[in-house]
Each structure stands twice: as structure tokens, then as C-alpha cells.
Design a protein around this ligand. Structure first.
Ligand SMILES: CC(=O)SCCNC(=O)CCNC(=O)[C@H](O)C(C)(C)COP(=O)(O)OP(=O)(O)OC[C@H]1O[C@@H](n2cnc3c(N)ncnc32)[C@H](O)[C@@H]1OP(=O)(O)O
Ligand SMILES: O=CC(=O)O
Ligand SMILES: [Mg+2]
Length: 325
């Protein structure tokens, strides 16, 4: 699995010329540029989106920025042409195919073999990876088998909008919480009761993170649709980051900086994590730092944070200075 920084997977509608024209600038601002062919692209613009993606892949150099596409789902009339045409034309530049509405390992097996055939036919030397969207009830039930389905599996993203529909949830949102999903405190003597809003996605993110990490894959939070509420977006992204996710989708330019801020570790945490590593050079034993006990397990947590800060620093010189690398 290539080690790459993927704090935000930035969605571009490639059927729109004005959006394609923004790609050269985006390449320097985001970690992944994704050409979206699936939901949000009108049915009568599907082939324009596919051709637009091929054009933007050909016309730009991506360097260390990832180039992904989200193809249409397997049971759509567009999937086969999406994969065949894209891999045969720009397969050498494509890093990852994001596959929506994955229900079980069989969906991954099918795409895995199709990619293998097209790679062999085109003489491609670098395998194209698969990223599954976890967005159906059946997919969540089968998440471990999906994770284990192929060595091509890059990771997974939570798709809260389709998942809400698939589960019959009574919401009309793209990700985020809901004010009515809350726990009510017990009544005190004055009769005042406080409602504490809960995270609708906690269970699924936890299940996805465990499945991904068990098989060496990367977990991601997906979309946050309310562009007018950057605070709630940041909070949803941060919950996912703390639970183990490595990035989220940015659908609008305003979400790029939010993802960068959240998925780059906090400089104070990095400084503390470095103290732990310095205090336990071989990673064993028990020491006290600032009144807190550290041992082999906190050393491993610290290593996760310092490794991520190093990866961020390799791309982001400003943050490298802040972290002191
Ligand atoms: C549930 C799911 O499946 S989520 C994934 C599917 N959805 C998507 O991929 C949506 C991706 N985003 C978009 O298509 C757009 O953001 C829209 C259509 C939702 C809103 O676009 P606009 O109405 O143009 O938004 P807005 O006016 O705020 O845009 C401000 C600027 O940012 C640009 N912009 C908006 N979204 C993007 C984007 N994703 N990438 C690059 N630039 C963008 C606009 O072109 C505009 O540029 P300008 O100032 O040069 O005119
Ligand atoms: O595709 C994403 C989703 O939330 O649905
Ligand atoms: Mg979806």
C-alpha cells in the first residue's frame, strides 16, 4: 500500500468546464483530486463527466496529489464504460477507483478482476486501487468481508446520505448530526432537563475503522453537505479523525481548509507525542510526563501521531516548521 497523505478527497464535477479549469490550482491545494461520475452528475451528463475526467487527467500533472475517480454503481448502465474507457485512456495516471454502494465482497471481486484484465491489456505496471463507499445497510453488515476482499483495497469512506436512505432513517441531510437524536438528562429538583445531542454515525464509523485497520486499509469520513455550517463540518470531521479516520471528502472549496486543519495533527499533541517517544527510546517501560503515566501503549499512540505529522510535513512545509521537523 503506497503511503500517501489523503486528508481531503476533493470532489470535482468533471462535466462542467469551469470546474475542470480549477484543477491546476486544486492540485496544489488538496491531497486528492477526485472526478465524480456518480450521484450529483445528471443522468444526461454522464458521458460528458466521463470524457471531462479523461480530459482533466490528460491535461494535468498531479505529482504527489492523488488522482481518483468515483465511478457509477455496478448496477447502473454507466459503470462498465466508466471503468473501460478511463482505464484504457488514463489508467497510467489513475491511483484509485472509488466504488459506490458496495454491498459485499462480490462487488469488489468483480471490479478487481475487471481492473486486472484492463491493466494486463494496457500493459499498466502500477495496480489501480479500490476504495469502497460504505453506504448501504447490507454493506455495513458485510464490512469485514469487503475489507478483506482484495489486496487492491485502499480503504473505505462512510456515505451517510445513501446509508440514511438505505436504512430508512428519517433524515434529509448529507452527513452530520440531528437535533432530535439526543439523550435527555434525568430531571433535577427544578425540573430542568438537558438534551445531549448524540453522533448518528458513531456506530458505523467505529465498525468501519475496525474492519479497515484489521486488514491494513484506510478509513475515511465522507461528505458533509451543509456548506453554510463550517463548525458542524469541522466537528463531524474531528470526531472521525479522533476515531481513526485519515481524511474526509471536500465537496466545496470552503471545506478544503477545514479538512486540512482537522486531519493534520494538532501541534501541541505532536509536541507531547514527541516527548513520549524521547522519554522511552526503545518503547518499553513506564515513565511520568506532566503527571501522566506513559508506557508501551501510549508510546504506540504517540508513534501514530508523530508518523502522521511527518507525513504531513513531507507535503506541507508550513506545518513542518510548526511541528519542528
Ligand atoms: C452524497 C454524495 O454523493 S456527496 C458527493 C457528490 N456531490 C458532489 O460531488 C458535489 C460537488 N460540489 C459541487 O458540485 C458544487 O460545490 C455545488 C454545485 C454543490 C455548488 O456549487 P456553486 O453553486 O458553484 O457554489 P458556490 O457559488 O458557493 O461556489 C463558489 C466557487 O467555488 C467553486 N466550486 C464550487 N464547488 C467546487 C468544487 N467541488 N471544486 C472546485 N470548485 C468548486 C465554484 O465554481 C465557484 O467558483 P467561482 O467563484 O470561480 O465562480
Ligand atoms: O456518497 C455519499 C453518500 O453519503 O451517499
Ligand atoms: Mg452515496
Amino acid at each position: 500500500m503506497p503511503i500517501s497523505l489523503e486528508r481531503m478527497i476533493h470532489f470535482v464535477p468533471p462535466n462542467i468546464e469551469k470546474m475542470r479549469a480549477k484543477v491546476p490550482d486544486l492540485v496544489n491545494k488538496v491531497d486528492v483530486v477526485l472526478g465524480n461520475l456518480e450521484d450529483a452528475i445528471p443522468a444526461d451528463a454522464k458521458s460528458d463527466a466521463r470524457n471531462g475526467f479523461i480530459q482533466l487527467a490528460r491535461e494535468n500533472e498531479f505529482g504527489s496529489t492523488g488522482l481518483w475517480t468515483r465511478v457509477n454503481c455496478l448496477n447502473s448502465p454507466w459503470f462498465l464504460d466508466d471503468v473501460m474507457e478511463i482505464v484504457q485512456t488514463v489508467g497510467d495516471k489513475l491511483d484509485v477507483v472509488m466504488l459506490p454502494k458496495v454491498e459485499g465482497a462480490w462487488d469488489i471481486h468483480y471490479l478487481d478482476q475487471l481492473l486486472a484484465q484492463l491493466e494486463a491489456k494496457g500493459g499498466l505496471g502500477k495496480p489501480i486501487l479500490i476504495h469502497a463507499i460504505l453506504e448501504t445497510a447490507e454493506g455495513v453488515k458485510n464490512v469485514e468481508q469487503i475489507a478483506a476482499a482484495s489486496p487492491r483495497m485502499h480503504g473505505m469512506s462512510l456515505g451517510p446520505a445513501d446509508l440514511a436512505a438505505s436504512r430508512g432513517m428519517k433524515t434529509t441531510r448529507v452527513g452530520g448530526g440531528h437535533p432530535d437524536y439526543a439523550v435527555l438528562s434525568d430531571s433535577d429538583n427544578s425540573g430542568v432537563r438537558t438534551a445531549f445531542q448524540q453522533d448518528l454515525w458513531h456506530y458505523t464509523v467505529g465498525k468501519m475503522v475496525d474492519a479497515c485497520l484489521s486488514y491494513g486499509l484506510k478509513p475515511f469520513y465522507g461528505p458533509f453537505g451543509d456548506f453554510s455550517d463550517p463548525q458542524a463540518c469541522e466537528s463531524q470531521f474531528r470526531n472521525a479523525f479522533l476515531m481513526g479516520c485519515l481524511g474526509a471528502w471536500s465537496l466545496h472549496p470552503s471545506q478544503i481548509e477545514i479538512a486540512k486543519k482537522v486531519f493534520s495533527p494538532d501541534p501541541a499533541e505532536v509536541a507531547f507525542a514527541r516527548k513520549i517517544l524521547d522519554a522511552m527510546p526503545d518503547g518499553t517501560g513506564a515513565v511520568m510526563i506532566d503527571g501522566k503515566m506513559q508506557d508501551d501503549a501510549t508510546w504506540k499512540q504517540a508513534k501514530v501521531i508523530v508518523d502522521l505529522a511527518q507525513l504531513v510535513s513531507s507535503k506541507d512545509k508550513e506545518l513542518a516548521e510548526v511541528y519542528g521537523f
